[in-house]
Design a protein around this ligand. Structure first.
Ligand code: ADE
Length: 344
C-alpha cells in the first residue's frame, strides 16, 4: 500500500515515525490528559479540544473531571449541571452530546467506552478524528487522526498539493496518516503530530531549526514551508443585478425608504427598496446611472431610476433631505442618493 500510493513522495515513513515519536517523548508538554490512561478522561479531553485551545481547556478539564469523575457520574447528572460545568468552553452542543453519549455508553456498553471505530462513531459527538484520537491514545490502536495541525505537518513533510477543504486532499491526508501510524506507539505518534503542529510547525514562521522532521521535510528542502498548505482559493463573488426605483416626492424632494427588519443584514437601517431587474418601474422613471456594491460574498450591480411619486405604500416612509443626514442609511442607499440631481 505504501509503495503503490506514495512511492514518489520521498520521506521514508519509518524514518518520519521514529523521529517524531522520539521527539514527542522528549519534548511533549505536560498536559493533564497525558497523565491518564482512562478512556473516559481522554474522551472528555478530546471533545473539549475539538474547538478550544489547549491552554483554555486545561482548567476546565480538571474541574469537569472532578465534578464528573466517571461515565456513570456523567450519565446520571442533570443536564443543567453538565452545561454549568461546561460554561466558559463554548460550543455547548458538545456538552449535550457528551452527556447523551455517556448515557448510551452506560446503557449499551455497560459503562465501558468501546474501542472499535463503528461503535465509537455511533456515539453523539464522535467523528472520524475523535474516534482515531480515542482509539490511539486510550486503547493503543494504530488508528489515524487528521486535524488542522496534523494536516499542516503532513502537507509540508510530503509537499502535498491541494488547499484546505479540497476533497482530494482530505482523502490523501487520511491515507497518509493511516499509512504512517505505527503499530507500536500510535499514541505518541499521533500526539506528536498534533504537538509538532501546535508548537513547531506553526502556520507562520515555523521553527524548522528545532523540528525533528526538518531533515526529512520536502517543503523545508525547497525552502517553501509556508507555501504548504496553499491558501484556500477565494470563491468568485456571486454577481447579482438589481434595480432601485428611487421615488422622489415632487413637493419637497423627500425620498421613499423602508427600514430593514430585525432579521435582515443591516437591521434597523433605512434603504431605498430594491427590485429584480424589470420589476416595478413606473412609467416616466428615468435611469440616472448604476452603482456597484459588495455585501458578504455578493457583488451587486444596481441600476438606478428616479420616478416622481406622491403616495407612500405600506411599510415605507418619506424621508426628507435633512432626515437623511441624521438617519442610519445603508451604504448602498448612500451611493444611490449621490446619483440624484443635486447629489443628495
Ligand atoms: N488537540 C487535540 N487533541 C489533543 C491532544 N491530545 N493533545 C494536545 N492537543 C490536542
Amino acid at each position: 500500500m505504501w509503495r503503490a500510493r506514495f512511492a514518489r513522495m520521498t520521506p521514508d515513513p519509518r524514518a518520519v515515525t521514529r523521529a517524531l515519536v522520539r521527539w514527542f517523548k522528549r519534548a511533549q508538554r505536560d498536559l493533564p490528559w497525558r497523565r491518564t490512561r482512562d478512556p473516559y478522561a481522554i474522551w472528555v479531553s478530546e471533545i473539549m479540544l475539538q474547538q478550544t485551545r489547549v491552554e483554555a481547556v486545561v482548567p476546565h478539564y480538571e474541574r469537569f473531571l472532578a465534578r464528573f469523575p466517571s461515565v456513570h457520574a456523567l450519565a446520571d447528572a442533570h443536564a443543567d449541571d453538565v452545561l454549568h460545568a461546561w460554561s466558559g468552553l463554548g460550543y455547548y452542543r458538545r456538552a449535550r452530546q457528551l452527556h447523551a453519549a455517556a448515557a448510551l455508553v452506560v446503557r449499551e456498553h455497560a459503562g465501558t467506552l468501546p474501542a472499535d471505530e463503528p461503535a465509537l462513531r455511533a456515539l453523539p459527538g464522535i467523528g472520524r478524528y475523535t474516534a482515531g484520537a480515542i482509539r490511539s491514545i486510550a486503547f493503543g490502536e494504530p488508528a489515524p487522526i487528521v486535524d488542522g495541525n496534523v494536516a499542516r505537518v503532513l502537507s509540508r513533510v510530503y509537499a502535498l498539493r491541494g488547499a484546505h477543504g479540497e476533497a482530494r486532499r482530505e482523502k490523501r491526508l487520511w491515507e497518509l496518516a493511516t499509512a504512517l501510524v505505527p503499530a507500536r506507539d500510535p499514541s505518541a505518534f499521533n500526539q506528536g503530530l498534533m504537538e509538532l503542529g501546535a508548537t513547531v510547525c506553526v502556520p507562520r514562521a515555523p521553527r524548522c531549526d528545532t523540528c525533528p522532521l526538518a531533515a526529512l521535510c520536502v517543503a523545508h528542502a525547497r525552502g517553501r514551508e509556508e507555501a504548504f498548505p496553499p491558501p484556500k482559493p477565494r470563491a468568485a463573488p456571486a454577481r447579482v443585478a438589481q434595480w432601485a426605483i428611487v421615488r422622489v416626492r415632487a413637493r419637497d424632494g423627500a425620498v421613499l425608504m423602508r427600514r430593514r427588519g430585525k432579521d435582515e443584514v443591516n437591521a434597523g437601517q433605512w434603504e431605498v427598496p430594491l427590485t429584480a431587474p424589470g420589476a416595478g418601474a413606473p412609467r416616466g422613471a428615468q435611469r440616472v446611472g448604476a452603482v456597484r456594491h459588495g455585501i458578504l460574498k455578493t457583488a451587486y450591480k444596481v441600476e438606478a431610476f428616479v420616478a416622481r411619486a406622491n403616495a407612500a405604500p405600506r411599510g415605507s416612509r418619506w424621508i426628507a433631505a435633512d432626515e437623511r443626514v441624521r438617519l442610519p442609511l445603508t451604504t448602498l442607499t448612500r451611493k444611490l442618493l449621490k446619483l440624484l440631481p443635486g447629489g443628495a
